[in-house]
Design a protein around this ligand. Structure first.
Ligand code: C5P
Length: 402
């Protein structure tokens, strides 16, 4: 089970963006978990949410300015930078990211960010065009190379009415990220992890395919969680519309055969293989070059078996620590343990499917995890929290396997 970080002293930086309202919820949740939270707002942030809101939720006066004599007398900004065991900036606006990348100290928050030795986690939030801008991406690269960590952004509807990448991660995702140790001390530091995620699409002709409802969210969350634990992560993704988690190397594929090839080409030197993809078991025997015309009352489509990527990886020597997923509706443990043995896996994570709010398309999940001679339950929670717990279990079991 992932250890929730012990109570910490957290500076929560809030910069100017509409997502600042979500940070109020984040403060509440951090306090519930016993953390002490000192909120520091930029001037722009105060235009979106009042300091009073954060003061009430955090139980501490909010700091907004370098030039507040009374606050500085109580705890100077350098003292505050030392007090922090973690700094989280949510939302981190394009402007804040740019000022950090330049090493500016033109307000209290940027000054603190320079003066602190604590690990820093940013939850970026901005319009999708801004997020995609090369200037923003270059600034992110600079910060990443300095050891700054990121959570999100996600993809979805934006306050500006557009749809795309740039939405701030939900408080639950930020909390799950904080529960993992900083990547530099992570339990998978120095390990290489290969993950498959999403569905596969098996083409019938240029316009039709056989697919499934996998959203890819579980596999992407596992990739992000493994990255947060310090692993070097490669994600082989089927067709999904999800942003690549920061720091993850992504290879996009469409069909099961392409996924198999990408996995086999990347497998050498991997320490862990996690098969979270919902790979189609069968594909059409042939892919038609042109659209098949409607004719007759029935259509018999001949399907052939796809390669079992997971079983193929597990059959290799030497091989990584191999983790499979199983979606079961009944007798979860018996079926999952049977698959564990049959595919020669080191661990299997069983999804209880067929329950509302859980599994394929849902944002939450619960897993029953089995290995030879043991098992663990991961209760229903946000997929990022479930992923963090699963990755912690993998790290623990690998440790025991030597
Ligand atoms: O046997 P079943 O399809 O239920 O096994 C599911 C597990 O096997 C998942 O981890 C899935 O990613 C993996 N798998 C695979 N290649 C296939 C079919 C399933 O890697 N062709």
């Amino acid at each position: 089970m992932a250890s929730m970080a012990a109570a910490e002293r957290i500076v929560l930086g809030v910069s100017g963006g509409i997502a600042a309202y979500k940070s109020a919820e984040l403060v509440r949740r951090l306090r519930e978990r016993g953390h002490e939270v000192q909120v520091v707002m930029t001037e722009a942030a105060t235009r979106f949410v009042t300091p009073l809101t954060f003061q009430a939720l955090s139980g501490r006066p909010v700091r907004c300015s370098l030039w507040d004599d009374a606050a500085e007398a109580a705890m100077g900004h350098i003292e505050l930078a030392r007090w922090a065991q973690r700094v989280v900036v949510a939302p981190a606006s394009a402007d804040l990211i740019a000022r950090m990348a330049q090493g500016r100290a033109d307000d209290l928050l940027t000054t603190l960010l320079l003066a602190t030795a604590a690990p820093v986690l940013l939850a970026p939030a901005m319009n999708r065009q801004m997020w995609a801008h090369p200037a923003v991406q270059a600034n992110l690269e600079v910060l990443r190379s300095r050891g700054i960590e990121f959570v999100g952004p996600g993809r979805g509807g934006q306050a500006c009415g557009e749809f795309g990448e740039g939405r701030m991660s939900e408080p639950a995702e930020i909390l799950a990220r904080l529960a993992a140790p900083p990547a530099a001390e992570g339990r998978l530091r120095g390990r290489r992890v290969l993950i498959t995620a999403g569905p596969t699409f098996e083409d019938i002709d240029p316009v039709r395919f056989i697919g499934n409802r996998s959203s890819g969210r579980m596999g992407f969350a596992v990739a992000e969680a493994a990255c947060a634990e310090g692993a070097e992560v490669t994600l082989v993704a089927g067709p999904v519309s999800l942003p690549t988690p920061a720091g993850v190397r992504r290879i996009d594929v469409r069909s099961a055969c392409q996924m198999r090839d990408a996995v086999m080409q990347t497998l050498d030197g991997q320490d862990v293989f996690i098969a979270a993809a919902a790979v189609a078991d069968y594909r059409p025997r042939e892919v038609l070059d042109s659209k098949r015309k409607k004719s007759g009352q029935t259509w018999n489509l001949e399907l052939v078996l796809n390669p079992d990527i997971l079983a193929e990886v597990a059959a290799r020597t030497p091989r990584p620590f191999v983790v499979g997923f199983a979606a079961e509706t009944e007798e979860v443990e018996r079926h999952a343990r049977d698959k564990l043995a049959r595919k020669r896996l080191d661990m299997i994570a069983a999804n209880r499917v067929g329950q509302p709010g859980c599994g394929f398309e849902a944002g939450e999940n619960a897993l029953s995890v089995y290995w030879h001679g043991g098992g663990a339950e991961i209760p229903l929670a946000d997929k990022s929290e479930v992923a963090a717990r699963l990755v912690a279990l993998i790290a623990e079991r690998m440790g025991q396997a030597g």
